[in-house]
Design a protein around this ligand. Structure first.
Ligand code: NDP
Length: 307
């Protein structure tokens, strides 16, 4: 039984080192180095190259090295008898929550506007908003969305959510039927949905029209959720007051993209919350040990739901 790490961002060696420092006895290989293909039972992947999993005849588990699994779901080489797992990590949820809350306060207090004013040495005051003025609507009340909801409530924000099933302690709107009602009462919309067939391109013109005028959009989930030209049109037409975006349909964002330099669209390079090897390695090793003993794995993804 061996593990292969497949990722193309140059971080595979770092992950391998940390895995080996925690558990010296497990054979761990980086994709690309010489290794016996038939020994591999577990693949740790992040944006793995197409076709890379095909060569492992005894693969039993494909583990996402992050919270998202959309890139795994899109891989037709993965057969039904392979278990897909993902990261569930309180640190990841906490980092995401802090990031989104920072975006919300930055919007309420016009911090990006003042950043632009400062570079022009301009002393211009603008009216600000307080938490009482807004209702935060979170699309997706999973591992990350629920933590954010709790943290916002703790700070005194009005919070509501949208999901497939009701959640305790937060006013939840359910599915397509209640989406319009959810949107019409949301002034800051946060997308924390998984990217699935149902949610791809969900943040489009029709959805934005249902938000009240001057609503603000924060997308920290996946670029595939957003129809970028629709957002641009709705911000430029004045229906939306602006957006904070951490994820994009093409990353890195192309140099000539109209989001760059837009005064009301604030972008960050997919850094809202980054999986920390120290925090995640123990759960990878736990699943490896469970796999060895034939036990049920943790954090298994539903292939029928796609998340
Ligand atoms: P989860 O899978 O834990 O939660 C998904 C939530 O979305 C659930 O509440 C689910 O409802 C809801 N949902 C799914 N499909 C629908 C639908 N069609 N209609 C209504 N609700 C739906 O996801 P996470 O919280 O772990 O991750 C959220 C997103 O954040 C992912 O896209 C992930 O890729 C992204 N992410 C981004 C990072 C960044 O740095 N920008 C870092 C980490 C993650 P129910 O509970 O009823 O099933």
């Amino acid at each position: 039984m061996a593990i292969v790490i497949i990722r193309q961002d140059g971080k595979a060696s770092h992950w391998k080192e940390i895995l080996l420092s925690t558990s010296k006895n497990i054979p761990i290989y980086e994709f690309g180095e010489e290794h016996p293909k038939e020994d591999i039972t577990m693949a740790l992947v992040w944006q793995h190259p197409k076709g890379s999993l095909k060569q492992y005849p005894n693969l039993k588990c494909v583990a996402s090295m992050g919270a998202g699994v959309d890139f795994i779901m899109a891989d037709s080489d993965i057969s039904e008898n392979i278990t897909i797992t993902r990261v569930v990590d309180p640190m990841l949820a906490n980092d995401m929550s802090e990031f989104v809350i920072a975006c919300i306060y930055s919007h309420l207090k016009n911090l990006s506007f003042y950043g632009q004013q400062e570079s022009q040495k301009s002393w211009t005051r603008k009216e600000y908003l307080s938490k009482e003025d807004v209702t935060i609507g979170i699309m997706g009340l999973g591992e990350l969305g629920r933590t954010l909801a709790k943290d916002l409530q703790h700070q005194g924000f009005q919070v509501q959510g949208w999901a497939n099933s009701r959640k305790e302690g937060i006013h939840t709107f359910l599915g397509k039927k209640e989406l319009t009602q959810f949107l019409s009462t949301t002034s800051i919309l946060v997308c924390l949905l998984p990217l699935t067939e149902d949610t791809r391109n969900i943040l489009d013109k029709e959805l934005f029209k249902k938000l009240p005028k001057d609503a603000y959009v924060i997308n920290v989930a996946r670029g595939g959720h957003l129809v970028e030209k629709d957002l641009l049109n709705m911000v430029d037409s004045g229906h939306l007051s602006g957006a904070s975006l951490d994820v994009f349909s093409q990353e890195p964002l192309p140099q000539d993209h109209p989001f760059w330099g837009h005064p009301n669209i604030h972008i960050t390079p997919h850094i809202a919350s980054i999986s920390s090897p120290k925090s995640i390695v123990p759960q990878i090793l736990e699943n490896y040990n469970r796999l060895a003993k034939g036990e049920q794995l943790k954090n298994v993804v539903s292939t029928s739901k796609g998340y």
